[in-house]
Design a protein around this ligand. Structure first.
Ligand SMILES: C=C(O[C@H]1C=CC=C(C(=O)O)[C@@H]1O)C(=O)O
Length: 403
């Protein structure tokens, strides 16, 4: 592969394939993949280990010519992993044939091929956008009432002492017209949620506020989100909502489990781990979240994918204890989560990478079927009506983007 600098600063999403976009970007910077050099599928409990082995063998045999040396330059793969080892949905790593990236204001082009390069790099062009569409997402396998019943059931189990927290999700479904241009959805997400990770990998699209792992030069960062509240109607109410969230015992509890699970996973893998002292209120266009930032210094040889495997699933998307919560999710959620709440991102040749948790998004299948998921952390003090309302707020980014 070879990476060369680009003179122009491209609009990343515009360059993506309209039907099968490959995108990981935030605040206008990131990577877009075109074409395909390789694609691997993985299943089951060993999906992360098998992906790591496949990637390591590719990297070991690659000839790398990277004059740019920025995050996302050089040899990279895009990936999306199923939430559950029992999911029918494959986990994937995809190595495109072309990557266009923007980082620190600098743009670059990477070409990846199993054949020698025949000529100078060819810069892809933005293809005209396809027709507009408006799609309503409607209740899927678990409707609002069903969700409230599942939450009530979970609260009962928590009160009985079976577990401390479980994250329960419900789904919305829709149908995308044949050949519809998914870049429209991605542009909408990237504009409306610029501080989130806009992602598109193998039909999984969305804009996630939650960073699972950002790893670079032996340092890793994780942003844990758990605990949510609606934005206020005016500035005063908005401030009051943030203060109420930051001081709510229920949300602090919910958050503590998520931080604890991430800390335990990172400590097992990292030389040192630090965590922001108090959770802070993170403002999104649709919600306030309780947030904590973790930073870890890595042992030599530890890769972003190692950390992804160690961290997933955090208690922000599964619960606590993890095994009990995962079993309860399988029992109470009628449909497969697929890659919802799983890791989505890119992986570099030097163990670097950027991975978000696939939240606030949907899976679009080749036949146009759209399945969106949103969930909420349930603890003893939860209320079924409020948790249902919270999932409605979390559906907004993806529902609005399709509408
Ligand atoms: C499970 C989701 O959000 C998680 C991330 C942030 C806040 C959450 C909460 O307050 O429940 C969830 O833990 C989702 O968006 O589907």
């Amino acid at each position: 592969m070879r990476t060369t600098p680009l003179e122009i600063r491209p609009q990343l999403i515009g360059l993506a394939d309209p039907v099968h976009p490959l995108v990981v970007q935030r605040r206008g910077e990131g990577v877009v993949g075109l074409g395909r050099t390789l694609r691997w599928e993985f299943h089951g409990r060993r999906r992360f280990a098998e992906a790591a082995a496949a990637w390591a063998s590719l990297v070991a045999g690659a000839t790398v010519d990277d004059a740019v040396r920025l995050p996302g330059s050089g040899l990279i793969a895009f990936g999306a992993f199923a939430f559950s080892p029992d999911s029918a949905r494959p986990s994937v790593l995809e190595v495109p044939s072309t990557v266009i990236g923007v980082r620190e204001g600098r743009a670059f082009l990477t070409e990846i091929s199993t054949e020698p390069f025949a000529g100078p790099p060819i810069v892809p062009r933005v293809r005209p956008y396809g027709a507009e569409y408006r799609i309503a997402l409607l209740p899927g396998a678990l409707d609002g009432e069903g969700y409230e019943a599942a939450v009530a059931d979970a609260i009962g189990r928590i009160t009985a002492g079976e577990l401390e927290k479980v994250v329960l999700a419900r789904d919305l479904v829709g149908k995308l017209p044949d050949g519809a241009d998914l870049r429209r959805v991605l542009c909408d997400l990237a504009l409306s949620y610029a501080d989130c990770w806009t992602y598109a990998v193998d039909g999984l699209v969305g804009a996630s506020p939650e960073t699972l792992v950002e790893a670079r030069d032996g340092l890793a960062r994780t942003r844990v989100l758990a605990g949510s509240s609606a934005r206020g109607a005016d500035a005063g109410q908005d401030q009051a909502a943030a203060v109420a969230l930051a001081t709510s015992a229920k949300d602090q509890d919910e958050h503590r489990f998520a931080v604890q699970s991430a800390l335990t996973a990172l400590r097992a893998r990292a030389a040192t781990v630090t965590v922001s002292e108090q959770p802070f209120a993170l403002k999104l266009p649709n919600l306030w979240h309780l947030a904590s930032d973790l930073e870890a210094t890595l042992e030599p040889g530890t890769t972003a994918l190692d950390l992804v495997a160690a961290l997933h699933p955090t208690a922000a998307v599964a619960g606590s204890p993890t095994e009990v919560a995962s079993a309860l999710i399988a029992e109470l959620e009628p449909s497969d989560r697929g890659r919802y709440a799983g890791p989505v991102g890119w992986l570099g040749a030097h163990g670097d990478g950027e991975w978000a948790i696939a939240l606030r998004g949907a899976q679009v299948d080749d036949d146009g079927r759209i399945t969106a998921h949103a969930g909420a952390g349930i603890v003893a003090a939860s209320s079924p009506v409020q948790e249902r309302a919270e999932t409605a707020m979390k559906f907004r980014p993806i529902a609005d983007a399709f509408a």
